[in-house]
Design a protein. Structure first.
Lengths: 558, 198
């Protein structure tokens, strides 16, 4: 069998076509692979924007009494940084990978609803555009400012007309609402694809874990993102129709916004981390040369996390004065999350145990993920204890904790995914040496920033402060944290350089550079438009292993 | 690494997977239910917390007739899609049209109630918490009824043009699922607003 038979490329790749035509094809595409790449590129652009905002924040906080930016600009920076990173970097990039990989992994030719797929992507893109259009469109009133500055939680009554005149908060609301509809559309699409488009033999119990975990993630999106949409609609009613949902002067409640926001906000963490679990669950076995340890338990633990994640939201609100029963309930449920997550960590370790571990760049990032996610989980358990949280809520300890999850966990797994699937998406290998430089630089920068950031938090430094007095013991820590942020910035530049350099200079990757086992590696790199010339039939969880080892197929043991 | 292609053994009819339209509509219904849940929770949370009148007890009247209209439209849409499945084109069109009429009647009822509340009792969305939560919840439902009616009308027009046959019955079923959902939500809204809320 030769790969030439299926090595039909996109028509756009043919030389000599005008770039306008190529652009037109990309804009009007309904192909899940192209939409996946659009999602990923969109997210990378916003990653750079959000990263610049982070650097501005860190320059401002590098030394006491700094006035690098004004307090108003500082508020806008952390608001935009949070909103951008969550809604326009993390979610789109994960949806991008899901879009690209899920149909290939389950042996389908496209998603269940290709046009809905394109529609959802362009909704997300519109949301991102609206958020930044506030730069020019937001100044409804002199002195009101033009960029959202209410924090990414947008707590009431900050968003009330009286405290947020002009249109900046409206841009925030509508951009989050619109991109939320896009996410719901993609999730519906992913669920329908996974349940209805599997190739013959691909039973649920044989699906790659990536498909399973994205199924669970999409289900959480359906239940958890919609409360945010509902709350945004209420906020619009308040701001435009004179409603009183969050208007305390008319008997409304500011606390109910917090509840509605965190009913979304906490499951959101799992929406982001579960696809990263999926990457790790695909990469670790391949680079340990062993099948995943405890496949059914991995699926069960993920479903458990999804269920528990729905009942933990108020641990973000211990300081608002809930009664002791609520505090106890949310402390307990939050700690329970540690059990299925722990199961997963042991399963990945069990996969590596006794395996022939290959320390290629994707595996390095996954090992980094394992250690850092564990530490992030441990500070999470600390913060779940409500008396402890009363001391440290709203401090830099919390900021350090969730950045440990998002950067140390999610971003590391994502980098692993980039190095692992880049050959499939582009047909070129990412450079291994530049990749190792990227890994070590980022690792050093990450730990310098976020390990040390816990300490000023414990010493009492509140989050979101504009500047601070010298001599409180925060100065040196903040300086080191900022230095770490610069090192991370340089590492990101190295990564971007690798993406570009490898695309033009690297050797061809071939169909299956990692000797992997899932269906996406059975087609050419990049895959043809129709994915599979003939829809495959699978007999086990590792169809390519069966193909490469007909004398000892997995189907004998499952 | 040698080039490999996917295993190409094909077993025809080896699997029977669910219809993607139904799965997607079920997902949409789950998502919409979460939105409605938040609005219902807000309504219940703010019951009796309005600082000024009017209160639900003073101004709300139970819309029994229009509720019967909407609920019976669930039956007509069900029998319409069954007729389509069996190829009875005339019965399908008639029942489908009846569904639209019943849904339209319900929407008219909502409009009439809002007109009365606004012009007789001076209750608007900005009057008090009751007004805010009532108009949002009932309005969100009415929006869904409107969207449903638009989609039902599109199918009716295609049906009148002779383009809807038994082969489309799976797709028509998807729309009828949505309509059942809209009716089911009304049962909840009705109980919360007109029974529990007074």
């Amino acid at each position: 069998m030769s790969s030439d038979a299926v090595a039909i490329r996109y028509p756009a790749d043919a030389a000599g076509r005008p770039w306008v035509e190529t652009l037109h094809e990309w804009v009007t595409t309904v192909d899940h692979k192209r939409l996946g790449i659009l999602y990923i590129v969109f997210a990378l652009v916003f990653l750079v924007i959000g990263g610049i905002e982070a650097v501005v924040i860190r320059i401002q906080l590098m030394r006491p009494h700094s006035d690098f930016v004004s307090p108003q600009v500082f508020n806008r920076m952390f608001t935009m940084h949070g909103t951008t990173m969550i809604f326009f970097v993390a979610m789109p990039v994960l949806f991008g990978f899901a879009n690209y990989l899920v149909p290939l992994m389950i042996g389908a030719r496209d998603m269940a609803f290709p046009r809905l797929n394109a529609f959802s992507f362009w909704l997300t893109a519109l949301g991102g555009f609206l958020l930044y259009f506030s730069l020019v469109g937001g100044s409804g009133l002199y002195g009101a400012g033009n960029v959202p500055d209410v924090g990414w939680w947008a707590y009431a009554p900050l968003t009330a007309r009286a405290f947020s005149p002009g249109n900046s908060s409206d841009y925030w609301t509508i951009s989050v609402l619109v991109s939320g509809f896009g996410s719901i559309g993609t999730s519906i699409n992913l669920i329908a694809t996974i349940l209805c488009m599997r190739c013959p033999g691909m039973k649920l119990g044989r699906m790659p874990l990536l498909a399973w975990l994205n199924l669970v993630m999409s289900s959480i999106v359906l239940i958890a993102l919609t409360p945010l949409s509902a709350a945004q609609i209420m906020l619009l009613v308040d701001r435009y129709l004179g409603g009183h949902f969050f208007d305390t002067q008319a008997g409304g409640s500011a606390a109910i916004w917090m509840h509605f926001f965190w009913i979304f906000g906490h499951p959101e963490v799992y929406i982001l981390i579960i696809p990263c679990f999926a990457f790790v669950s695909e990469i670790v076995p391949v680079f340990s040369r062993k099948p995943i340890f405890g496949y059914p338990v991995m699926v069960g633990a993920t479903v458990c996390i999804a269920f528990v994640s729905m009942s933990v939201w108020a641990h973000h609100m211990f300081t608002i004065g809930m009664n002791s029963y609520s505090n106890a309930f949310f402390t307990l449920t939050s700690m329970v999350v540690g059990i299925p997550t722990g199961i997963k960590i042991f399963n990945w370790l069990g996969t590596m145990w006794g395996g022939k571990v290959l320390l290629k760049v994707p595996m390095l990032f996954c090992i980094g993920f394992l250690f850092q996610f564990l530490i992030a989980g441990l500070t999470g358990v600390m913060l779940a204890v409500s008396p402890f949280d009363w001391q440290l809520s709203g401090s830099y300890f919390v900021v350090a904790h969730f950045h440990y999850v998002i950067v140390g966990g999610i971003l590391f797994a994502l980098f692993g995914a980039f190095y692992y699937w880049y050959p499939k998406m582009t047909g070129k290998m990412l450079n291994e040496t530049i990749g190792k430089v990227h890994f070590w630089l980022f690792l050093i920068g990450f730990h310098l920033t976020f390990d040390l950031m816990h300490i000023p938090g414990i010493l009492g430094m509140p989050r979101r402060i504009y500047t601070y007095e010298p001599g409180r013991g925060w100065d040196t820590w903040n300086l080191l944290v900022s230095v770490g942020a610069f090192i991370q910035g340089i590492a990101i530049l190295v990564f971007v350089w690798n993406l570009v350099f490898s695309y033009f200079k690297a050797p061809k990757a071939g169909n299956d550079p990692w000797d992997a086992w899932t269906l996406e590696w059975s087609v050419s790199s990049p895959p043809p438009v129709y994915n599979f010339a003939v829809i495959p039939t699978v007999e086990s969880r590792r169809p390519l292993w069966d193909l490469k080892h007909p004398e000892d197929p997995d189907s004998h043991y499952e | 690494m040698s080039a490999i292609t996917a295993p190409i053994v094909q077993q025809p009819g080896a699997s029977s997977l669910p219809y993607r339209g139904k799965v997607a509509m079920a997902c949409l219904i789950i998502a919409e239910s979460a939105i409605f849940t938040i609005f219902v929770v807000a309504y219940l949370f703010y019951l009796g917390k309005s600082l000024t009148g009017p209160t639900p007890r003073e101004v709300l009247e139970t819309p029994i007739f229009f509720t019967i209209c909407l609920l019976s439209s669930s039956l007509t849409v069900h029998f319409a899609s069954r007729s389509l499945e069996r190829g009875k084109h005339g019965a399908f069109l008639g029942l489908w049209f009846l569904t639209i009429v019943l849904g339209g009647l319900f929407l008219f009822g909502t409009g009439q109630e809002w007109h009365r509340l606004i012009y007789e009792h001076g209750l608007t969305i900005s009057t008090n918490l009751f007004g805010t939560t009532y108009y949002s919840l009932v309005g969100l439902h009415a929006t869904h009824v409107t969207v449903g009616l638009l989609m039902l009308t599109v199918v009716l027009l295609f049906g009148l043009a002779g383009r809807v046959g038994p082969e489309q019955s799976a797709r028509v079923d998807v729309l009828s699922m949505y309509w059942h959902f809209v009716d089911a939500v009304w049962v909840v809204v009705f109980c919360v607003v007109y029974i529990l809320g007074r």
